[in-house]
Ligand binder design. Sequence first.
Ligand SMILES: Nc1nc2c(c(=O)[nH]1)N[C@H]1C(S)=C(S)[C@@H](COP(=O)(O)OP(=O)(O)OC[C@H]3O[C@@H](n4cnc5c(=O)[nH]c(N)nc54)[C@H](O)[C@@H]3O)O[C@H]1N2
Ligand SMILES: Nc1nc2c(c(=O)[nH]1)N[C@H]1C(S)=C(S)[C@@H](COP(=O)(O)OP(=O)(O)OC[C@H]3O[C@@H](n4cnc5c(=O)[nH]c(N)nc54)[C@H](O)[C@@H]3O)O[C@H]1N2
Ligand code: SF4
Ligand SMILES: [Mo]
Length: 763
Amino acid sequence: MTTDTAATQCLEGIASRDATTPERTIHLRTCPLCEAMCGLEVHVEGEQVVLIRADRDDVWSKGHLCPKGTTLGHLHHDPDRLRVPMIRHGDTWREATWTEAFDRCTELLAPVVAEHGIEAVTAYVGNPLAHAFSLGRYVGILIGMSGIPMIYSAGTVDQWPKNVSSHLMYGGMWRIPVPDIPRTDLLVVMGANPAASQGSLLSCPDVMGHIDAIRARGGKVVVVDPRRTGTAAKADEWLAITPGTDAALLLALCQVVFEEGLVRLGPAEGLVDGVDEVGRLVADWTPERVAAVTGIDADRIRTLARQLATTERAVVYGRIGTCNQEFGTLASWLVDVLNTITGHLDAEGGSMFPRPAAWPVTDLPMPGLEGGKPEFGRWKTRVRGAPEVLGHVPVSCLAEEIATPGEGQIRALFTVAGNPVLSAPGGDRLDEALAGLDCMISVDNWMNETTRHAHVILPGLSPLEQPHHDDLIWNFAVGSGANWSPAIFPPADGRPLEWEILIRLACAFLGQDAATADVTAIDDGYFDVMASTRGIDGAAVRERYAAEGLYAEGGPERLLDLTLRSGPFGDRYGEVPDGLTLARLKDQPHGVDLGPNVAQLAEILTVPGGKVVLAPPYITADLPRLAARLEREPDDLVLVNRRHLRSNNSWMHNVKVLVTGKDRCTLQIHPSDADRYGLVDGGVATVASEAGSIEVPVELTADIRPGVVSLPHGWGHDKPGTRTSIASEHAGVNSNILSPGTFVDVPSGNAAVNGIPVTVAPA
Ligand SMILES: Nc1nc2c(c(=O)[nH]1)N[C@H]1C(S)=C(S)[C@@H](COP(=O)(O)OP(=O)(O)OC[C@H]3O[C@@H](n4cnc5c(=O)[nH]c(N)nc54)[C@H](O)[C@@H]3O)O[C@H]1N2
Ligand SMILES: Nc1nc2c(c(=O)[nH]1)N[C@H]1C(S)=C(S)[C@@H](COP(=O)(O)OP(=O)(O)OC[C@H]3O[C@@H](n4cnc5c(=O)[nH]c(N)nc54)[C@H](O)[C@@H]3O)O[C@H]1N2
Ligand code: SF4
Ligand SMILES: [Mo]
């Protein structure tokens, strides 16, 4: 997407104005919608956003953007977006003041806790949290202070397998190495489609441009995916893998590296334990053994292994297709194993650990799990007996925990920036269960499939009404940098920022009045805790701020200054005179570029012994399950997921310019399969799995492996009682009705939403 076409699309949607009108102001800000963190120019006339285009001078994104970024104005101006708290009585909603809304939260929550204890309360946190200025930094307060024993999140339909492998291999669930795409010469992409997603657990604006550049400099790009995606179309080669078999392919690639004596650890030499153990484990996973099940020729597996082992700058990048599938933990682990034994861990052009300028809240130690402790299954869910992994259980458990009566039944739920009715496996069951809650409170900006069940909705600000600096996302970046965006519009009449909402809700648990709680005291306490983890006296720093007249409001802006100043490029409050501070960052409206990632494996590792645990027993114990998979009868037809550049999970279908045009919620099927099942292009198919059945338009395409069909997730906007008028007109259907909640990657509990056996028939 070029700047000009994206800008044109924006103009189509928002009244076009003359670019030279004197009353126009231009604001620079980082797009908060995905991991690319594009720099945008937001053109405003009066109260109206009239144009959004790329900031060509942004030091990070250098002029990249996609159509979604140009629609921040649409989100801001969306008449359906909630601007005041909403309270529901029966089927009737009314607008409320903030005081009324917080009072109602206290009123609903208190009897649940008094009668059933805190065990009857839980929370679900969703994806936008990871991108939000306030929410990501402060949701821990709500969870921590409330004493809620267990929460649910979108993480267990996403990257939990990678969290497990990183936790056990390196000692931290968010110590995830990222592919050094700008400097590699051989890129193998498995189960990711950056052409649509723009990168995931990977912040690298314009991945597709980098793919072109790799090829232009004589390098190679290989895509392993059951679909010939937009990324595969740009690559040198597409390997059409059978869904769910990546771990088998990776084992065979490792087997060849060992068998042919190609193992080298490169920069990781001396920092890895368990290499021989891996050699022993992979010995009988020959390419011939896995060729039939993966659908990839044994010869091609051999040559790919040799290419990876002998190319100086090479990397394998595995993402969601290698995670939310049946063998997600094995595959996630093996991606890192393969990168390590071919000398590409911690190597330029290989797989490197990012070094965020502002350290993220995910750096805080995890109680009970420090240093990669493999203590999972510390508790089990009441109904299904699902074991906890890294503090989480599969999100699909939530419906049954609400719906099943008895001791420990969930009666109160908080949702924060999540839409699990559409995003969670078995979301249709959750939809039914939510209606039975005694108390549901949603911090969310729209009344959608999930939040329509809430008793109170507390809306956050629009992306343009609040400042922005990413917290979590720089942790996945191919380089270091920072970029401050001030708010463009002031929040209307004293509306709270979301961090304040979260603190007030936390107070409701402590028996305090949420509306009048002392937010400052709690915020100061949190600041001091954050500071103390870096050996800094928070109270002294706060005094200093007060003397300098800085950050009187506290909140995430003050935390950002702390994390920048105590980060790797920071001024350490004066110790490093030229070091970074938020004040200095604010003087750089196009951001600061702090260079590409650097080798730092030794400093990253927090596992006992200080060496990468290449063969964690918790993970390798899952190999027999994969071996049994090889003996299984092949499935006739399996479902995989896909994303589209113009969607963002479930929640941007209310932006007209993004949903107009061809229906995107279609069943993609290979013509040979369509023939077998009597389906025609444009017809309607019934798709059924063990979990349920849906009807959906058919789209024939040769760009998919025969035996595989594909649907996007995040659709199904036809529920009554929502207030997303445009999305309702482009409803689509909820693909997660087909996802069996018990189909999980066993070691992580992550949902397997790829590789679901399905049947299809003309509707
Ligand atoms: N079948 C299938 N299912 C999947 C996936 C898949 O690949 N296949 N992918 C999974 C993945 S990776 C993810 S991350 C999940 C996503 O799962 P969720 O996070 O549950 O879903 P989203 O669609 O991202 O919902 C975002 C919610 O945040 C609200 N929101 C948006 N902006 C703001 C804001 O600024 N503040 C507040 N408070 N709320 C806001 C929206 O109104 C919406 O309710 O879906 C998962 N589900
Ligand atoms: N435009 C847009 N951007 C997004 C999002 C969005 O919804 N829309 N969502 C955001 C979120 S929350 C996330 S987590 C990221 C995800 O970002 P990516 O990981 O890039 O996700 P996808 O684009 O879904 O690509 C996953 C690919 O895996 C393939 N696949 C499915 N099963 C298998 C398998 O068994 N093996 C292999 N090798 N491949 C398989 C699918 O065909 C698909 O092409 O995207 C983020 N960015
Ligand atoms: S690629 Fe991501 S960050 Fe960039 S404009 Fe699009 S949604 Fe925003
Ligand atoms: Mo995600």
